[in-house]
Design a protein around this ligand. Sequence first.
Ligand SMILES: [Zn+2]
Ligand SMILES: [Zn+2]
Length: 295
Amino acid sequence: MRPGSSGAVADGSLEVIVLGAAPSAPQPDGQGSGLLVRSRGTSLLLDIGVGVVPQLGRIMDPYALSAILVTHFHADHYLDLVSYRYGLPWIGVTGERVPVLLPPGGRQQLEGLAAAICEGADFFSRALDLCEYDPAASVEVGDLAVSFVPSQHYVDAWGVVVAGPGGHPRVVVSSDTGPNPALVEASRDADLLVAEATLEHAAEDVQPRGHLTADEAVAIGREAGARRVLLTHLPTARRPALRAAYTGIRPRVTVARPGLRITLTARSPHPAASAGRAVRPALPDDGGAASGERP
Ligand SMILES: [Zn+2]
Ligand SMILES: [Zn+2]
């Protein structure tokens, strides 16, 4: 299989696959953040936290990705770039390199990471196509349009809006954030809001806030009119209680676990998807979609 072409995804649809849904503390079944968003022609990995690369390998050739995007430089969102790099040729890397979209300052950050693991400054740049994104602009990854939402976090961080071919379906991914009006605005009528729900109680957080409770995450989805909310970035032991707490409400709430797949199907016809790793400026549209899920 050459899954960079993600042949199972229908024209105009998006498939969202959870690769990791835990926060930074180690725990059973607790990979760091990793979410694969696929159209028929494109496979975009959002965050590459600890343990995400082996999970990705169960689904597709990790090196057939269209691009990797890092939302911020906490370990549970980018540290598996190290193991990803070790899977590439050691000397004289040639051929097409996977683009890695980094927050501003990302190249220097990765040079520092390379130094910390006793590798050369070009350890990552020699094998990967490192690009620093402008959070105020949009980027096209294959047939997906990607734009950014400033997070409320302890370090600079950005949520991500991914729109399929023709502007929909539209997925909004919160990254790590506290209460965040910009996230509400970005999530208006989204087909899926993937929202972090790190905290059991808001009082656990510091000021200014940097994470959400599940109730806060669901409230953002409801206020924004998102069709569905996927809760992620939470301790695995809390999954059963959260599933029970949000059964039967609107918007529909799903609790993330590695391997979970959600298919978002466009309600109106779209132009044929185009394949490739092209990464270039773009402006996404808005639109509606229906959704389905398989385990
Ligand atoms: Zn995190
Ligand atoms: Zn973080």
